[in-house]
Write a protein that binds this ligand. Sequence first.
Ligand code: HEM
Length: 519
Amino acid sequence: SGFLSVLRNGLSKLGVPTELLDFLSKWNNVSEGQPKIPEAKGAMKAIGGQAFFIPLYELYLTYGGIFRLTFGPKSFLIVSDPSIAKHILRENSKAYSKGILAEILDFVMGKGLIPADGEIWRVRRRAIVPALHQKYVTAMISLFGQATERLCKKLDAAASDGEDVEMESFFSRLTLDIIGKAVFNYDFDSLTNDTGIVEAVYTVLREAEDRSVAPIPFWEIPIWKDISPRQRKVSAALKLINDTLDDLIAICKRMVEQEELQFHEEYMNEQDPSILHFLLASGDDVSSKQLRDDLMTMLIAGHETSAAVLTWTFYLLSTEPSVMSKLQNEVDSVLGDRFPTIDDMKKLKYATRVINESLRLYPQPPVLIRRSLEDDMLGGYPIKRGEDIFISVWNLHRCPDHWVEADKFNPERWPLDGPNPNEINQDFSYLPFGGGPRKCVGDMFASFETVVALSMLVRRFNFQIAVGAPPVEMTTGATIHTTEGLKMTVTRRTKPPIIPTLVTSVVKGDDSSPLKEPS
Ligand code: HEM
């Protein structure tokens, strides 16, 4: 096949049309007796309307672990087989790029760590990963606690007033507040504040999600960009966020200059443990657009994902009261009325299994996107360079051959004393944080964040789907959202009476925290 691709390149340079070359290579494949990837024909109609990853499940049951889906001139390979996923993500990862994803996200993430490929990605990954060291993650646990405590105050008020709450938007605000502090030491305070920068973040997020499901790239039409009110609003929002980031970088730079700096592996500034502070202290270039792109990438990567995990976890818990009471028992006995600490993360075993299982049923994002950079073999089929590929994590996580009662929310499927399930010990049948070199850098952060929030909330309150709430259905952008929110009735738990006491916090100087003095 090496010779054939050289031949193909040569012919293409001589001006032989691609269609003809494609035809010849297909004919060649058939003549060599190589199998052809199953094609889901007429599947286009099946896709219309719903979240696109849902009909892909039925197609997977019909066509198998790899098949081709064609939309007019465009075609995609849909992968739902663990060994093919492992090949693409880990064994031959250098032969795949982020493809369409990088194109769609360019306006907001630029060359940030998620879309970046090749050398830029290698250099930035090496700079960023060390920032999320053990000591940093430990410090973040008290940040998670403080932020969740603010949400508890909101829910307390709602419980007193007997008002139902829309939890999806509360979770989105909780995780925005957390990631702002964690990445660049900025307090969005979005649980109480809804204008300016918070609105700008949501404008940009919505745009990114709309673009990812748009049939044509309308934003590339030259004049449209300048006259469409919506595109102008997006530009203004981006400018506000970028200006804010530039200010935060400048403030942080001044802090770093005033420090008696001794940079080392577990370096952390106690006043400002943010990733930005670590990067500047490690010598990152402040003026670079790259730094801004990476901050923006982490803001988005760490915001909607965690929010979606919490939303679906609470939805799932509402369907299985027995899981909820088992969870509440664990939290009562491990935490009592304390704030969670790093040591509790090992002890909150069932809470961790609840999150593991929620990530199985609602993986965020439900599909991973790649493009082949060279010819390759996938599951015994030859593929060409330039194929757009969707790895359906949704399908992998719900495969009826692999999972017992695949659609059932059953945290017990993971033994409490067994290892924490991940893509390695589940051999790519379970990959909530991806796998291989492009695996999530925030996996530990996110696991602890969701366990802390979950534990603190269920310790204080009972949650039920509100009477008359709209049915909880799925729609998708980058993560799985509900179509009409998650409307819940929140009631205070009667036992035990909880008075929060603050364990020594390393995130100091947060005046807005209601927890300065334990009362
Ligand atoms: C990558 C999931 C939270 C930063 C990824 C990938 C997944 C993922 C599946 C792989 C994407 C791919 O291969 O195409 C999640 C989930 C989260 C979460 C489910 C929450 C529950 C976070 C947080 C941060 C973060 C909190 C930041 C602190 C990143 C970055 C990448 C990434 C920078 C790109 C890594 C690279 O390409 O080298 N995440 N993530 N994520 N995630 Fe997360």
